[in-house]
Design a protein around this ligand. Structure first.
Ligand SMILES: [Zn+2]
Length: 58
């Protein structure tokens, strides 16, 4: 269980303050549902969280 690598994260958009839940191993980029700002970028097969992480969910 502790070796699990993937998590759901609650992130906060730096532009509009919207909070939404994203998967930290998303295969593609994730954008804010309100303003469209990138929250997760896809980089070489790995995802990079570019928003503020508010909470790690599991
Ligand atoms: Zn936003």
């Amino acid at each position: 269980m502790s070796k699990r690598k993937s998590n759901f994260l609650k992130v906060k958009c730096g532009d509009c303050g919207n909070q939404q839940v994203v998967f930290d191993h998303a295969a593609s980029k994730v954008e804010c549902i309100i303003c469209g700002k990138s929250l997760v970028k896809s980089k070489g097969g790995k995802s990079e969280i570019v928003a503020q992480i508010v909470e790690v969910l599991d």
